[in-house]
Design a protein around this ligand. Structure first.
Ligand code: MLT
Length: 401
């Protein structure tokens, strides 16, 4: 018989989103006519703009002709797409050869965890997107789980709560090899300021850590003074990897397209180039993003594509405003809007209690804050992806709760 992977057995709970869906299904079994509105997983709902789907259609059709058929692409992904990402998101400060195209941020985070191997220590924001923790456990990085202390041996959680305005107190944070940092932050919606990211980069330099910066929600930043990439901070290219995604930017949650930046300057302790080893690693275990998706990605940078994408993002931001107005009447929120999520403190009871209450009384599916970490207890996360009519209905149901 084959033994199970011991790291998998260290996972402390089911993956959060399937658990939410399980409860939704159970509720629907008992209440088959309930008109449930999902404010749970952050999945885009609005169609992909036509200039972008047209480009994917053309790419798909070209595969049916001998003269235009293409198989494997370059290991790092389409050069044209890397050049566009470099120009549009990084003003060429990050060069195309530092960009690796992928099938999405979550998948690349998983690959990064495998890449760094089991012998690194890890810090992450609490609350956090569950993949950082669960993926680190699966990669064997967290060590054993101490039931009494309710914590992992090699994992350090950086509390982010209303007391520290949702930015970790770095002065009291331990030195770790890797630091996951997401801004705008999933689940709280907090977007770190320039000064805060400067502190983070200085902290990583001092401790010789590598930051894994998740910028999947950067396009939702409304305040022009807030940084959209860690590389806006001088020196970040010495200490940070950044993962980005077309999912929440262009509705590619199903199409799958993202990128990872591994700067030239980033080195391992032994002086080896992280980028060179990453290239070796991904060309061994990964064959790159779909060439159809890459053509869709390229179309996002045409003037029509950009205009349409920005309309869809504004639509979700307006959803967020509508929902926030209603949530503010019932619960406590702490953020300006710079992300498509609202993290609301509901009261003294457990997050799952509030989750059940909203499901039963308002037929709304949310995500319990405790599913993102201890500091999320008593909170609910509301996703603001959804059709306008659903969001307005959800806001009304909340007001009448
Ligand atoms: C979320 O709801 O946190 C995200 O949509 C999940 C994901 O991107 O994988």
């Amino acid at each position: 018989m084959v033994k199970s992977n011991p790291h998998l057995t260290k996972l402390q709970s089911n993956y959060l989103f399937p658990e939410v869906m399980k409860r939704k299904r159970a509720f629907l079994e008992e209440n088959p006519h309930a008109n449930l509105i999902s404010l749970s997983i952050g999945d885009t709902t609005e169609p992909i703009p036509k200039p972008i789907t047209d480009a994917m259609l053309r790419a798909s059709q070209s595969l049916s002709k001998r003269e235009s058929y293409a198989g494997y692409g370059p290991e790092q992904g389409s050069l044209d797409l890397r050049l566009k990402i470099s120009e549009h998101f990084y003003r060429n400060k990050i060069t195309a050869d530092e960009i690796f195209i992928s099938d999405g941020a979550k998948c690349d985070i998983g690959r990064l965890q495998m890449f760094f191997g089991p012998d690194v220590t890890v810090a992450l924001q609490d609350p956090a997107y569950p993949v950082y923790l669960d993926g680190s456990v699966i990669a064997g990085q967290t060590g054993s789980f101490d039931l009494k202390a309710n914590s992992y041996e090699n994992l350090y959680l950086l509390p982010c709560n209303e007391k520290n305005n949702f930015f970790p107190d770095l002065a009291s944070s331990p030195k770790t090899d890797l630091i996951y940092f997401c801004s705008p932050h999933n689940p709280t919606g907090y977007a770190a300021t320039y000064d805060q990211l400067k502190q983070l980069v200085a902290f990583a330099k001092e401790n010789q850590s590598i930051i894994i910066f998740d910028s999947a929600y950067a396009f939702y930043i409304q305040d022009p003074n807030l940084p959209r990439s860690i590389y806006e901070i001088p020196g970040a290219e010495d200490v940070a990897i950044e993962v980005g995604s077309f999912s929440k930017m262009a509705g590619f949650t199903g199409v799958r397209l993202g990128w990872t930046i591994i700067p030239q300057n980033l080195k391992f302790e032994e002086g080896q180039s992280v980028k060179a080893l990453w290239n070796r690693f991904i060309s061994t275990i990964y064959n790159g993003a779909s060439n159809i998706a890459e053509q869709g990605g390229l179309a996002c940078f045409t003037s029509e594509g950009k205009k349409e994408i920005s309309k869809t993002i504004s639509y979700y931001i307006e959803n967020t405003r509508i929902l926030k107005q209603a949530i503010d009447q019932k619960f406590e929120t702490f953020m300006d809007i710079n992300a498509p999520y609202i993290f609301a403190k509901c009261g003294p009871r457990s997050s799952w209690d509030y989750f059940n209450e909203l499901l039963e009384k308002a037929h709304l599916i949310t995500v319990p804050g405790s599913g993102f970490g201890k500091q999320g207890e008593h909170f609910l996360r509301f996703s603001c992806f959804g059709s306008r009519s659903d969001i307005e209905l959800a806001a009304n149901r909340l007001l009448n709760l």
